[in-house]
Design a protein around this ligand. Structure first.
Ligand code: COA
Length: 186
């Protein structure tokens, strides 16, 4: 039976929006603030502060789409990233992070939905997500989009297939739940 997870109300402050170049430092600081478990889940293993600093800088210098949960003072406490995977046709890789004190409040779901809109607008039809099979939050997040994310032993990459039936670039977010996630074998 599915264990009951206590969800708290969505925080009243904060905005979900695409991060600007000037938000780069806040994005880096958000990743650095992740607690040890979230950091490991986010980077699928150990990640030093130096690695994270370089990683955050690369995201902005390489044109990664980053959507954030941004407080009024500009601090970022949650993020969804969309990285291009140019070696794979029309494929992006996505990643999510929400700081522990704000998890279970619906921020991850909102970031996911917004990122799907960006992915569609950029013409991606497939999105990869890498995590470990025990990441219950990520599996639940995927399911909340009526998607099925299945991992086999030791395999940690899932595939989200986006419908590309809207050729005018208009992607109503309500359509996001139709995104399908399937097992990806590399
Ligand atoms: C994955 C993550 C982004 C989810 O963010 P969030 O803001 O807590 O997500 P939401 O509040 O929108 O909840 C989404 C679902 O996850 C569930 N969930 C959230 N945290 C959970 C946890 N620690 N354990 C189990 N389920 C959890 C919620 O109950 C909800 O499920 P439901 O729709 O069945 O009720 C967040 O847990 C996180 O940053 N984890 C560390 C990094 C990571 O694992 N990233 C994913 C791989 S890149």
């Amino acid at each position: 039976m599915k264990p009951e997870i206590q969800n708290h109300p969505y925080p009243s402050g904060g905005t979900i929006r695409q991060l600007r170049p000037s938000d780069a430092g806040h994005f880096r600081d958000h990743l650095l603030r992740l607690d040890a478990v979230s950091r490991r889940d986010r980077f699928n293993g150990a990640a030093s502060a130096a690695f994270i600093e370089a990683y955050a800088e690369r995201c902005f210098s390489q044109g990664t789409t980053v959507v954030g949960f941004v407080e009024a003072d500009g601090t970022v406490h949650g993020a969804a990233e969309l990285h291009e995977r140019p070696e794979l046709e029309d494929t992006g890789e996505i990643a999510f992070s929400v700081e522990a004190h704000l998890q279970h409040r619906g921020i991850g779901r909102r970031l996911f939905r917004r990122l799907l809109g960006h992915a569609h607008a950029l013409g991606y039809t497939r999105l990869l997500v890498t995590t470990h099979p025990q990441n219950e939050a990520m599996k639940r997040l995927a399911r909340s989009f009526s998607a099925k994310l299945t991992f086999s032993d030791g395999e940690t990459v899932g595939l989200i297939e986006l419908d590309s039936d809207s050729s005018d670039g208009d992607f109503p977010f309500a359509a996001a739940p139709g995104a399908r996630i399937a097992h990806y074998a590399d």
